[in-house]
Ligand binder design. Structure first.
Ligand SMILES: CC(C)(COP(=O)(O)OP(=O)(O)OC[C@H]1O[C@@H](n2cnc3c(N)ncnc32)[C@H](O)[C@@H]1OP(=O)(O)O)[C@@H](O)C(=O)NCCC(=O)NCCS
Length: 185
């Protein structure tokens, strides 16, 4: 039976779950979490409060961001039945030149203990609905050439490969309205 998931906004009420989930990554990259150095992850409740505050601010179009940063909706991936935190996902509201080349609109990661159970595939489907509500489309999602799990996740969601740039496979996922690649990049 596939695990049902939902996406929730960052919340300090989940700080213990957050720390548990982050520690599961054991210093490896946590795509979509906003944690830039996984070797120095948040470890205290105060750290989580800072993370949540920053993530929610980044989502608000009224927030002024540093040069080169774009507004971004952060979501935590939650098991819909057990309420366990399973991973992270971020939806960038627009593409900078570097996101267009490499990063794409959506980044995600699933905690190691929950991988290969269809979590990323379902989370990406839900994120695409949120992206459409945000007026983002077509959506660019990228992965490293050797990241077979992410590649399959993107292809499961209907990603159409445009090309490979500097080792990144670049896929466009259309909202079905006939937008061509790059039309809203
Ligand atoms: C990539 C990642 C998000 C996949 O998450 P997941 O929940 O395990 O993915 P799913 O269970 O939805 O699997 C999707 C598909 O990929 C396949 N897959 C998943 N991990 C795989 C692996 N390590 N090797 C080969 N195939 C893999 C699954 O079998 C499935 O294929 P199918 O639909 O053809 O059966 C997860 O491994 C992860 O968090 N990795 C580290 C961070 C990362 O790479 N993020 C993506 C950045 S682009």
């Amino acid at each position: 039976m596939p695990r049902a998931v939902r996406l929730v906004p960052p919340s300090v009420t989940r700080y213990a779950q957050y720390l548990d989930c982050v520690s599961d990554f054991a210093g490896t990259a946590i795509d979509g979490s906003g944690i830039r150095d996984p070797q120095q992850p948040p470890v205290t409740e105060g750290d989580v409060i800072d993370v949540v505050t920053a993530r929610l601010a980044e989502e608000d179009p009224a927030t002024e961001l540093a040069e080169g940063w774009v507004h971004c909706t952060s979501r935590w991936i939650i098991d819909a039945e057990t309420d366990e935190m399973l991973g992270f996902l971020a939806i960038r509201h627009r593409l900078t030149p570097s996101l267009l080349e490499q990063g794409g609109h959506i980044g995600y990661s699933v905690r190691p203990a929950a991988r290969r159970q269809g979590i990323a595939s379902r989370a990406l489907d839900l994120a695409l609905v949120e992206a459409e509500l945000l007026g983002i489309g077509p959506v660019l999602v990228t992965c490293d050439e050797d990241n077979l799990g992410s590649r399959r996740t993107i292809e499961n969601a209907g990603g159409q490969l445009e090309d490979i740039r500097d080792g990144k496979r670049r896929y466009w996922i259309s909202d079905g309205n006939g937008d061509g690649p790059c039309s809203r990049a």
